[in-house]
Design a binder for this molecule. Structure first.
Ligand code: ATP
Ligand code: MG
Length: 329
């Protein structure tokens, strides 16, 4: 904001205590805030005061009666106030329209507020302009309250791109993709198991092999679907971390661009670095519920080989073979 606003604009932030949560894309919030701040800068001709406030609000039925598009309920409000020129009624009425701008050609596309409007509506919220010509402007974004807990601070993109020594089961039907992923994960230091569909992934899991993370494609051929595989894998202690990957933006686990709670997704195509980060992120934040019980049942003992200590001495072999001759022998 500092860079966008220049030296002559004073910025004040007021954050209310006991703030509720909302569910939105942080990048879109940043973008909306930046758009509002730049509008304010222009309206103040580069000098004045910008106030950013965040607080809780309850919109009641009387509010939704006068504004039919407004749903009564609890909201987190992000308000941006400036000491600029303000808006006439006429400008206010058209401000959200795509390509409406009062700025000289080349200065404004008129898309700023319409994008803010689109984003807020998409996340189930409302936008309201309070302004009068000569009196400055306040724009309030009402973002629907979410009852989900706050996301982990270790957002995927702040985690270092390091590898690890955990065991990862890769379920991927595309042979090319599978080979590349396995190569990368092995490079990062992980121990990798592979499966070409959900059914064979389940066989590997049911063999009792120790698996820390299941990395599975969302859409694969075969009777067993990935979400079912994940449900069955998670039902077995110890808790297994799950990372989905998909080339589609909309499919069985993604609803309107949102993941079901508790699911992690790495969209294809991804870079080597993105893969490393996301895998580490998911492993770090994996559910710890069954972990302790599992540790007690199968202690991962010697530091020399923590992973396979329980199998030292006696090795289990999983044979997958359709020829009866080999099965018997
Ligand atoms: N804080 C504000 N004070 C006064 N007028 C404003 C303010 N914010 C927006 N407006 C008015 O609303 C119009 C539309 O704003 P919007 O952000 O959509 O487009 P723009 O700023 O003109 O162009 P762009 O954002 O694409 O660079 C502006 O041209 C301006 O007339
Ligand atoms: Mg703008």
């Amino acid at each position: 904001l500092r860079r966008a606003l220049g030296e002559e604009i004073e910025v004040e932030t007021v954050v209310a205590g006991g703030l509720w949560n909302t569910f939105a894309d942080p990048l879109q919030i940043e973008n909306a805030l930046l758009n509002l701040a730049i509008n304010s800068r222009d309206a103040m001709n580069g000098a004045g005061r910008l106030t950013i406030e965040v607080g809780n609000a309850f919109l009641d039925d009387s509010c939704s009666r006068t504004h039919p598009e407004v749903k009564a309920g609890q909201y987190v409000v992000l308000a941006v106030t400036d000491t600029g020129s303000g808006m006439t009624e006429e400008v206010k009425e058209q401000a959200f329209e795509p390509s409406f701008s009062t700025k000289p050609e080349g200065k404004g596309t008129g898309l700023g507020l319409s994008m803010v409007y689109g984003f807020v509506k998409q996340s189930g919220g409302h936008v309201k302009i309070y302004s009068q010509a000569g009196e400055g402007t306040t724009i309030k974004l009402y973002l629907a309250r979410s009852f989900r807990s706050e996301d982990h601070v270790s957002a995927a993109d702040t985690v270092a791109t390091t590898g690890g020594t955990e065991t990862i089961l890769v379920a991927e039907d595309d042979e090319g993709v599978r080979t590349t992923v396995i190569e990368m994960l092995t490079d990062f230091g992980y121990y990798v198991l592979k499966a070409k569909d959900a059914q064979s992934a389940l066989t590997v899991i049911e063999s009792g092999a120790h698996i820390d993370l299941l990395f599975t494609d969302v859409v694969m051929p075969g009777p067993l679907k990935s979400p079912q595989l994940v449900r069955m894998a998670r039902a077995r202690p110890p808790d297994i971390a799950v990372l989905y990957t998909s080339g589609y933006t909309e499919d069985s686990i993604v609803h309107g661009g949102r993941l079901d709670p508790g699911l992690e997704l790495l969209s294809k195509p991804y870079t080597r670095e993105e893969l490393a980060r996301k895998i580490r992120h998911v492993l770090t934040n994996r559910p710890q519920g069954g972990g302790a019980a599992a540790d007690a049942a199968a202690p991962h003992s010697t530091p020399a080989d923590p992973r396979h200590a329980e199998t030292a001495g006696k090795l289990k072999l999983l044979l997958v073979e359709d020829d009866a001759f080999y099965k018997i022998n």
